[in-house]
Design a protein around this ligand. Sequence first.
Ligand code: PLP
Length: 373
Amino acid sequence: MDKSHKPATIAAHAAGALDPQSGGVVPALQPSTTFLRDENYDLVRPDNIYSRDNSDNLRQAEAVLCALENAAETLLFPSGMAAIAAVFRTLPNGGTAILQSGIYWGTTAWIRDFCARREITLIEVDADDLAATCKTRKADLVFVETPSNPWLKTVDIQALADLTDATLVVDATAATPILTRALDHGADIVMHSATKGINGHSDVLAGVLSTRAKDATIWQAIKSDRKMAGAILGPFEAWLLIRAMRTLPLRVERMSQNAQVLAEYLMAHPKVENVYYPGLPSHPGYATATKQMQGGFGSLLSVLVKGDRTDALRVVGKLVLFLRATSLGGIESLVEHRHTIEPHTGIPENLIRVSVGIEDIDDLIADWAQALD
Ligand SMILES: *Cc1c(COP(=O)(O)O)cnc(C)c1O
């Protein structure tokens, strides 16, 4: 499929995936783990040997993401964490990594543990101090998340890329490749938890890495690690992902519209202390987000209700359409009291994290109106 097509076209057509064997307009699900050789012992399909290496459904899903990301190459993993781990496992013992603080807690927890075991110097800095740290400290890797979860901090990817010689890895899960193409802004590798907005239906766990430079040493190491260590996405998950991504641009557009309206409504509500959303002009990251995100600011926002933990939990308990569950980026709206989940990381007790779905916005606002009442 022509790479110059717009994202909505690439997604709707799943980058051209069809089933030549049956003539089906959708790709077939092919679960085989192993592949035939002919009587001369040549592979029937030289690119298919064993499914820990690669398979058709995986390639088809990667082709969609690669085109959407404007990447040179894309690799899928069985979870977002597996993708992050594959990146960090390329670091040399005794190396140095700079990590943005106050990001997805699972990322921080795993990286801290890994770096301690491998004697890697880990420098954790707030989004606002990243530029200064990148200027003064030499590092092998810089890992940032934008917009960040749950603070919705925005990192200027291009500014950091201009400052550092380290490999710049961006977790752009909350933006999706529809709102931010991190590689176009200078990132070396972009990562997403495809479990979130990319799949968007809360029924597939997956992670993805895309690169600008196929031949980069780190990318070759990641590729080889995925195959040898076996961190590969199964064909059924890849097939579901292809199906889900056909509507990715549509879903992201509606979720961003809903989130923007809800953020503005909540910001004006007398029982709300503050709202963190990159689409609000009052948000510190608004200028960067406007420069770096196109077509909206995503589905994720955090609300500080007036009062304490009890008040926040009362609101969360009264919501009906916002299901009380972790995760984000799905078609159904979700709500979470982060302090209950991670009491030790400095999350305010009155913070409610919200993932806005594709429901009717009037229904979503009515739900918050009754919950805050
Ligand atoms: C969920 C998430 C991850 C981890 O992804 P999994 O698919 O759950 O392993 C990493 N980063 C961010 C920003 C996330 O939201």
